[in-house]
Write a protein that binds this ligand. Structure first.
Ligand code: SAM
Ligand code: SF4
Length: 401
């Protein structure tokens, strides 16, 4: 069941959102998958009647304990047994993983009203029931400085003017962090973004400030590194104390051999007991190929319908990104604004982002893609990420010569 995909005024949004929330609240529910968002769902959608968890991996069947509650874990076959009893399914994965599971559910005879995505559900449930802003994720830009020059960097960092390459100062970030957590009641994954976060000289102050002041307002605090920097002992001890885990990007290109220090980095992470994932955040799979997202400047002149489709299916906009108190649909849109490519375009500026000073309802609707625009205009300048919308694959982290 989708809540998004419409240009809606607030009254019709509320009507649709209430219906969407109630369908799952008033039914027995199975959760498909045990992704990290499950903690947010269990904590912030308390009156859901969760019967069990579905996992395709038969080896995981049995019992599992999450947030001090014990759940039975079954294979998808169990859903067929409970289909006639009206079981509803909340899928704990987003993006193309959600698409894949939707396909399976359709094949099993479930229809669109029988399942939804947890990433949307937690937002809708909390804004409708408690006027709380609870979201799956948010990325805060802390730097545009990087050690590499990836030709197809999603953030276009190698193409920034020198004047726009800098670490955002802690004092400025501090105010923005306060603004974020004064507005958001809970964030599943709070991520520092990038360039290369480990280069930021004030990283210890930033992560300590977030963790000491707002630990109860997020589930996990994390960032991604390209594996070229081995931080000093001061940084490592702060990371160890306050960061929940770090993702090391899986770059294996020959041309990076002299630059990557992943072995040394992992050795240090082990020494400091820092959790890390050497691979993709959601799946742990290697990412040998990237999508080429285009130059983010040239309009593709697609139809509105096609842009809406791209916006709905793009994997990038699963994670919202904030810079200078403005929330953008994705990392690429945020960096495009920082780079200044589209800053003269008042259409884009008036429509594509939402301020952290807006109401909780407006921000929730932005997350649900149900605000007063059916797609951000920047989408027409982007080729998007993900198998269903972009077939142009390029080697990950290929360097500009
Ligand atoms: C912009 S990078 C910044 C973090 C760090 N500098 C790095 O490269 O790991 C954040 C993530 O986006 C991924 N990424 C960058 N460009 C991409 C693209 N065109 N398609 C898919 N993923 C991309 C990187 O592999 C990394 O995991
Ligand atoms: S993708 Fe490459 S250029 Fe872009 S931020 Fe990461 S390492 Fe730097």
């Amino acid at each position: 069941m989708e809540i998004c995909n419409n240009y809606l005024n607030e009254d019709s949004f509320l009507k649709i959102a209430h219906k969407y929330v109630d369908v799952f609240k008033n039914s027995e529910v199975a959760l498909w998958g045990k992704g990290k968002q499950i903690n947010v769902l269990l904590k912030y959608c308390k009156d859901l009647n969760i019967k069990y968890i579905i996992d395709k991996n038969a080896a995981l069947s049995g019992k599992t304990k999450i947030c001090n509650k014990e759940f039975d874990v079954f294979s998808p076959q169990k859903l067929l047994q409970d289909k006639d009893k009206g079981i509803k399914i909340i899928v704990m994965l987003a993006g193309s993983d959600y698409e894949d599971i939707s396909e399976e559910l359709f094949k099993m005879g479930f229809n669109n009203n029988d399942f939804c995505c947890a990433y949307d559900y937690v937002v809708a449930y909390n804004i409708i029931n408690n006027n709380k802003l609870v979201v799956p994720n948010l990325e805060l830009i802390v730097t545009t400085v990087c050690t590499l020059k990836c030709k197809n960097c999603i953030a276009k960092i190698p193409y920034f003017d020198k004047s726009k390459i800098f670490h955002r100062p802690f004092e400025k970030l501090k105010t923005e962090i306060d603004n974020i957590f004064n507005k958001f009641d809970y964030i599943g994954r709070f991520q520092l973004a990038t360039g290369e976060v480990l280069l930021h000289p004030e990283l210890p102050k930033i992560i300590e400030y977030v963790a000491l002041n707002y630990k109860d307002k997020y589930d996990h605090f994390t960032f991604v590194t390209n594996g070229t920097i081995v931080p000093n002992d001061e940084k490592l001890s702060y990371i160890s104390k306050y960061i929940d885990f770090i993702q090391i990007s899986p770059y294996f290109n020959e041309e990076l051999k002299g630059l990557l220090k992943v072995d040394k980095l992992i050795e240090k992470f082990k020494k400091y007991q820092i959790s890390y994932l050497y691979g993709h955040y959601a799946t742990g799979r290697e990412l040998p190929k990237w999508n080429d997202i285009g130059d983010m400047v040239t309009n593709q002149n697609r139809s509105n319908e096609e842009n809406i489709r791209i916006y709905q299916k793009c994997l990038m906009n699963v994670c919202k990104c904030i810079s200078d108190n403005l929330i953008y649909p994705c990392t690429a849109a945020c960096y495009s604004a920082l780079k200044g490519d589209n800053c003269q375009d008042t259409n884009i500026n008036n429509r594509d982002f939402v301020s952290v000073n807006s109401t909780k309802m407006d921000i929730a609707r932005y997350y649900l893609k149900s605000s007063n625009c059916d797609f951000p205009l920047i989408c027409d300048r982007c080729l998007g990420i993900g198998p269903t919308i972009n077939k142009i694959l390029v080697p990950a982290a290929e360097q500009i010569k």
